[in-house]
Design a protein around this ligand. Structure first.
Ligand SMILES: Cc1cc2nc3c(=O)[nH]c(=O)nc-3n(C[C@H](O)[C@H](O)[C@H](O)COP(=O)(O)O)c2cc1C
Length: 191
């Protein structure tokens, strides 16, 4: 099994989402599993230089900077394609995902590679058999509440690529009490 582990909190040692995701990966990983780790909290460029209606620039029109961006995007896409299990940890920032996680997804959603449009609408090109664990932390916002635009956004974004097997590890409302955190750790222990 190939596991892809992505962390997006701007905190490092203090981060609860990183801690929970690490516990989860340790629980999931068996001896022969391959683990790829990427910290997506920084150094993820924004899509730029686009003239069309998607993240598309014809190869012959690409500047050196565009080429670098597409090369990096290919790398991120390949990591997702190669993974059987993806662990994503995300805090809720201002009711949504961290900007860096959004920037990561903007580079992973690639027409013709990870999704395509048919006359009937968009079709995700990845997914078959992939499982995503989404570790979500917050200060006060409850997961999947009307003011949580992070968890539903991740679900929609991953569904768009064809990934529907998504398990939420709810570690939200950390400023209120540690009930969800304890339940999340219990859930991981029972996997
Ligand atoms: C920039 C920023 C924005 C935040 N916005 C929210 C928010 O909208 N709702 C909320 O409940 N918590 C919010 N928080 C709190 C974090 O979600 C919370 O501290 C969480 O534990 C951070 O995850 P981490 O422990 O992995 O760093 C915010 C924190 C930061 C740094």
């Amino acid at each position: 099994m190939n596991i892809l582990h992505l962390d997006s909190s701007a905190r490092k040692e203090e981060s609860v989402s990183r801690k929970i995701a690490k516990e989860l990966v340790n629980k999931l990983k068996k001896n022969n599993d391959q683990l790829v780790y990427r910290d997506i909290s920084s150094n993820i460029p924004f899509v730029a230089g686009i003239k069309g209606a998607g993240f598309i620039i014809p190869e012959e029109d690409r500047t050196e900077q565009d080429k670098e961006l597409f090369k990096f995007s290919d790398e991120l896409v390949d990591e997702v394609l190669a993974a059987d299990t993806i662990v994503i940890s995300t805090p809720i920032y201002n009711f949504g995902p961290p900007a860096a996680a959004k920037a990561w997804f903007d580079l992973v959603a690639r027409a013709g590679k990870t999704f395509k449009y048919e006359p009937t609408g968009p079709i995700g090109l990845i997914g078959g058999g992939k499982k995503v664990y989404l570790v979500v932390t917050s200060g006060g916002v409850p997961v999947d509440s009307p003011v949580d635009f992070c968890t539903p956004w991740f679900k929609q974004a991953l569904n768009f690529l064809g990934i529907s097997d998504i398990e939420i590890i709810d570690s939200s409302q950390l400023n209120i009490n540690d009930d969800n955190l304890k339940k999340a750790q219990e859930k991981i222990n029972n996997l």
